[in-house]
Design a protein around this ligand. Structure first.
Ligand code: ACO
Length: 437
């Protein structure tokens, strides 16, 4: 972080002007350092939703929303999706560089050696109702890891932080698959460590003890790509939640559970589920014929209907992940002979119409990754209510990398935003007069 120049802030009421340092990062907009603003002027800044606030310095992920560019540690997402697998991407996010062959083998071994969860976790799981939403189960299970793995909770010890990171990356597929099997009333499948990370996960999801499960390379690669595309996305709502929770010194499992809770919302990770449900609704009500009517509803301010899978706080251009996901959907549907899938045809048509419509053009609303990821997941056999769990699985590495970066920062402080108070000024409780006699 280099100081480039200073901005001068003046006030209408005679308060002396102050100078605020301006810093530049490697790429991206400059930032104005307002840390001393309150001490010097007795004023806060007001920025609900963090529209103009950089809450931290980070070296992990960069997004250029206008260009539609996403870089992990400087590498474009398109190149990582084509040339790397998910575990290489995890190594990159955690360590800053892609692994050489030996580092790759070592990292894979470490992750593989932690894929099982404490056997008592199965009893913990059995406390949930069978019809619980799998995200409710996942929030609980991941939070509970801190009750099972006491030996890696010293956040001041880098080795503990590393072991926790490996445990989380390794155990998430097992926990997600357990949540799924529990909802189905099927026995859990233990991890099979000779398989790759993604093939192992698919086997734990779709295998049963009665039959061998043969992972299909195209489908495994598609899942791996979903994981790569969702691995990190700088300071989004769930990542900021993880950082905020972690800033108090909370343990990493608790922090990731907080991230999962945030991801659950339909404006964030729940959007791929919402997007697929939307497509199903349109299909049920008449399909392609009804798109015009649906778009009119979306444009009506009073309808509260949104085109799910469209729009993004940061991307004001095509989300690069959406392009890759669209490509993957072609591959998966082709492999499975589902080219005529009506929901996919509907999605393509809806996208075309929306991209040509003034409402969307003026607001720079483009498809985000969730618009197509639901279709791919459905084709892979993943039920709708599991979509956000897959997102959480993928994002775990981003959360833990961002959390680790924050904890290792010697300037790290507890996160504590301020407010503009507009409630009552001080007033007194009215005490009823005592009755006489
Ligand atoms: N459909 C219709 N109109 C939309 C949509 C949409 N999907 N998204 C934004 N708009 C409109 C808003 O109504 C607003 O219009 P106005 O200026 O006339 O009031 C304008 O576009 C700006 O939208 P904001 O809500 O201010 O944009 P913001 O950055 O706050 O929201 C968000 C971004 C939450 C993602 C929003 O676009 C949305 O709700 N999209 C649908 C849900 C979704 O797909 N979420 C996934 C995000 S990606 C992810 O988490 C991986």
């Amino acid at each position: 972080m280099k100081e480039q120049s200073k901005a001068t802030l003046s006030f209408p009421d005679g308060t002396a002007p102050i100078e605020l340092p301006i810093y530049s990062g490697t790429i991206g907009p400059q930032v104005i350092d307002i840390r001393k603003l309150y001490a010097q002027t007795d004023r806060f800044t007001f920025d609900p939703g963090f529209m103009s606030t950089a809450a931290c310095e980070s070296k992990i992920t960069y997004i250029d929303g206008d260009k539609g560019e996403l870089l992990y540690r400087g590498y474009p997402i398109e190149q990582l999706a084509e040339h790397c697998d998910y575990l290489q991407t995890c190594y990159l996010l955690l360590n800053g560089e892609l692994p050489d062959d030996e580092q790759r083998r070592d990292f894979e071994n470490r992750v593989t050696n932690h894929t099982m969860v404490h056997e008592q976790m199965t009893r913990f799981l059995q406390g949930f109702r069978r019809d619980a939403h799998p995200m409710a189960v996942l929030v609980g299970m991941v939070g509970a890891l801190s009750a099972f793995y006491h030996d890696s909770l010293d956040i001041s010890d880098p080795e503990h932080r590393f072991v926790s990171a490996i445990r989380l990356i390794a155990k998430m597929p097992t926990l997600v698959a357990m949540a799924y099997k529990y909802s189905m009333g099927q026995p859990f499948m233990y991890p099979l460590n000779r398989l790759s990370y993604s093939a192992n996960f698919m086997r734990m999801m779709f295998g049963t003890p009665c039959e061998d499960y043969e992972p299909n390379d195209v489908l495994v690669r598609a899942l791996d790509r979903i994981l790569i595309l969702h691995a990190d996305h700088e300071q989004n709502a769930s990542t900021s939640t993880v950082r905020l929770a972690g800033s108090s010194g909370a343990n990493p499992f608790a922090c990731i559970a907080a991230g999962i809770a945030t991801l659950w919302g339909p404006a964030h990770g729940g959007a791929n589920e919402a997007s697929l449900l939307m497509l199903r609704d349109i299909q049920r009500e008449g399909g392609v014929e009804r798109i015009g009517e649906f778009i009119a509803k979306v444009k009506d301010k009073h309808s509260n209907v949104k085109l799910m899978g469209f729009g993004h706080r940061v991307y004001k251009n095509y989300d690069p992940r959406a392009k890759l996901m669209r490509e993957t959907s072609h591959e998966v549907l082709g492999e499975l002979g589902l080219h005529d899938d009506p929901l996919f045809a509907l999605a393509m048509k809806l996208e075309k119409i929306a991209l040509e419509d003034d409402y969307f053009v003026q607001r720079k609303l483009y498809p985000n990754v969730d618009f197509y990821s639901g279709i791919v997941q459905k084709a892979l056999g993943i039920p709708t209510e599991m979509f956000t769990c897959i997102f959480a699985l993928a994002r775990t590495v981003g959360w833990i990398a961002q959390w680790g970066e924050m904890i290792a920062d010697p300037d790290q402080k507890i996160g504590r935003p301020r407010q503009l108070y507009t409630g009552h000024a001080r007033r007194d409780v009215r005490v009823p007069a005592k009755r006489k006699g």
